[in-house]
Design a protein around this ligand. Structure first.
Ligand SMILES: Cc1cc2nc3c(=O)[nH]c(=O)nc-3n(C[C@H](O)[C@H](O)[C@H](O)COP(=O)(O)OP(=O)(O)OC[C@H]3O[C@@H](n4cnc5c(N)ncnc54)[C@H](O)[C@@H]3O)c2cc1C
Ligand code: SF4
Length: 562
């Protein structure tokens, strides 16, 4: 084992939340070490497919059968393809044990999943923080909307979020850049639903894209989004937010950041007092050499389930069942978003209209279920993503030859689609734990996932499908179809919980500043900290909570409380 130098702060993971921890801590003058298990990925330089045309990809973007057979799990992920696969893990390299079906989608590299995320960025409503307790399906958060709102603004201003201020209670407005406009089908849907229902609002996407960059974005070296919708390859314009294009280079510029790729964090180490972390143990991903790094504060940002894994694997004599885990709650109350149901229909008319560019955002049909009062036979709400598209060409019977090619040059009919993002209930039985005997290449126990759906999810899906069908018909669609794809939890890629925040230290792992109750110089600010799931896309909340916690850590260090 080698002992390396001591830092003020260690950040475990360089993805969406780790990048934010690094930025805030470095800006405040802390010498910060970011430990990342994956390889280095430099903005622009390491985006090998960013500017390739379909015919320049060996298989025109499709994945060869052999790759799909070798990667049955990761190849299910949204956006996985020949042009993006290098930013996803390979199945065989990173095994885990599914006690119940769970698709764990990961991107192990500097930047983590920030390179390949979908970029939807809605704020939580104030109801979402309180609904679990009010409606009896969970514990209340130790913080509310007003605690997070200034940090949402802080994050939105820096990353750049486009959208419209719609004044809706169920999805509060943020600090927006101009939205991408509706196309004619989407505007039609918005108008029809507005005329028919009092509670159904279709709004323009709130997405982390620089529709019209401000000085702070230009200062990051980023430019206007070109509406190419090739984002998951990495964007040479910095048009969407990723750690690689934004927070990490910003933190590097302070001179306070050290990034160490290929560094698998094994566990958090305690000092002899048993109440303070002294650093972390790292295994070099390539050489397997073991290093110890020390710091005054440790930020856990390895993504929700990996943070659970590292904490469960941190077993000093004071905490034989995992760091801060006196009550057996670590790894429990794992939850996710329900993405099982979708719908679409054909929309006649608008044949003389088309769209310009490739809008990289989607419209949002704001949650209208259980907002404030509970009115349904299920708890929680759902956000619906929706959009209008124009099909290309009238499919010719042969699908080959010049007739087919000609058909492809002519636009076909318009269509509308919808898919759900439903809240799920945090449950004690939905958990992750370490496998008793099986280890990975680095000697770390494999994670066991034991996470499933419940009756509430089934009732919500039934309602969503009925409502989606009705709304598409109200919009004038024909041949409306709804489906439940039955996908396993995890494929939503919004896994959360296991190390939840709470007021009561006997019922939760973290306090209102994301500090472990029992080891306060360890901060958990990725999805592991989530007390409940809400129905909004979660990453912007992780960023806001991370910035809030990092600033608190700096203040506590100044006061010598940590
Ligand atoms: C296709 C897709 C679409 C998505 N769409 C959206 C969306 O529209 N909106 C939204 O809000 N969210 C979306 N998400 C989810 C979003 O990507 C995650 O919520 C977000 O990246 C989580 O941030 P994080 O920092 O916790 O984890 P990550 O970004 O995954 O970063 C974690 C980092 O930690 C590293 N790490 C893991 N274990 C260790 C270890 N032991 N030692 C050292 N380093 C380690 C990983 O390699 C990784 O780089 C999407 C994700 C995908 C893949
Ligand atoms: S749509 Fe915008 S963010 Fe996405 S790749 Fe194109 S320019 Fe970049």
């Amino acid at each position: 084992m080698t002992m390396s130098s001591t830092y003020d702060a260690i950040v475990v993971g360089s993805g969406i939340s780790g990048g934010w921890a690094a930025k805030e801590l470095c800006e405040k003058g802390l010498k910060t070490l970011v430990l990342e298990r994956g390889r280095s990925v430099e903005h622009i330089k390491d985006y090998p497919t960013a500017n390739l045309m379909p015919w320049q990809l060996p298989h025109r973007g499709a994945m060869p059968k052999k790759v799909l057979e070798e990667n049955p799990l990761i190849s299910k992920a949204a956006g996985y393809g020949e042009d993006t696969a290098h930013f996803f893990v390979k199945d065989a390299d990173h095994p885990y044990v599914q006690e119940k079906p769970f698709d764990w989608i990961r991107g192990y590299q500097v930047g983590g999943k920030s390179l390949i995320w979908g970029r939807a960025c809605q704020r939580w409503s104030r109801h979402e923080f309180t609904a679990p307790e009010r409606h009896g399906y969970g514990m209340s958060w130790p913080i509310g909307y007003d605690d997070v709102a200034p940090w949402y603004s802080h994050v939105e201003r820096f990353i750049g979020v486009c959208g419209n201020a719609d004044g809706l209670e169920a999805m509060p407005d943020g600090e927006f850049l101009p939205p991408f406009d509706f196309n004619c089908a989407e505007r039609h849907l918005r108008n029809r639903l507005r005329a028919h229902y009092r509670d159904r609002h279709v709004v323009q996407g709130r997405w982390a894209h620089l529709s019209q960059p401000k000085q702070i974005h230009l200062d990051q070296g980023r430019g206007t989004c070109q509406a190419r919708n090739l984002c998951m390859r990495g964007c040479p314009y910095g048009g969407y937010f990723s750690s690689n294009s934004s927070t990490l280079p910003w933190a590097l510029r302070t001179g306070n950041l050290t990034i160490r790729p290929d560094s698998v964090v094994h566990s958090v180490l305690l000092d002899p007092s048993g109440a303070r972390a002294k650093g972390v143990l790292v295994i070099d991903a390539k050489t397997h050499a073991v290093h110890e790094y020390r710091a005054r504060v440790v930020f856990m940002n390895a993504s929700a389930l990996n943070t659970n894994l590292i904490l469960l694997n941190s077993t000093p004599s004071r905490f034989p069942h995992g760091l801060g885990n006196d009550h057996g709650l670590l790894g429990r109350y794992v939850c996710f978003h329900d993405y099982r149901a979708s719908a679409n229909g054909t929309l006649d008319g608008f044949e003389d209209q088309y769209f310009y560019g490739r809008n990289p955002t989607e419209c949002i049909l704001v949650n209208f279920r259980n907002v404030g009062e509970r009115t349904m036979d299920f708890v929680g709400g759902y956000t619906t993503f929706t959009g209008g598209y124009r099909t290309r060409g009238i499919a010719s019977a042969e699908r080959v030859g010049s007739a087919y090619k000609d058909a492809q040059t002519k636009p076909g009919p318009w269509g509308l689609y919808m898919y759900m993002q439903g809240e799920t209930i945090p449950k004690v039985e939905n958990h992750v734990r370490l496998h008793d005997t099986r280890r990975d290449e680095w000697g770390i126990p494999l994670l066991v996932t034991s996470v499933g759906y419940d009756d509430n999810d089934e009732r919500m899906i039934r309602d969503w499908r009925a409502q989606a069908k009705e709304m598409l018909e109200v919009a004038g669609c024909r041949e409306v179809e709804t489906r439940d794809n039955g996908q396993a939890p995890g494929l939503d890629i919004h896994e959360m919980g296991g190390c939840r925040m709470g007021r009561d230290a006997t019922m939760s792992m973290l306090n209102e500043w994301n500090q472990l109750h029992a080891v306060p110089n360890v901060f958990v600010t990725d999805g592991a900290c989530m007390t409940s799931t809400g129905n909004q896309s979660p990453s912007i909340l992780y960023m806001a909570l991370t910035a809030r916690a990092a600033n608190h850590a700096v203040e506590e260090l100044k006061r010598r409380n940590l």
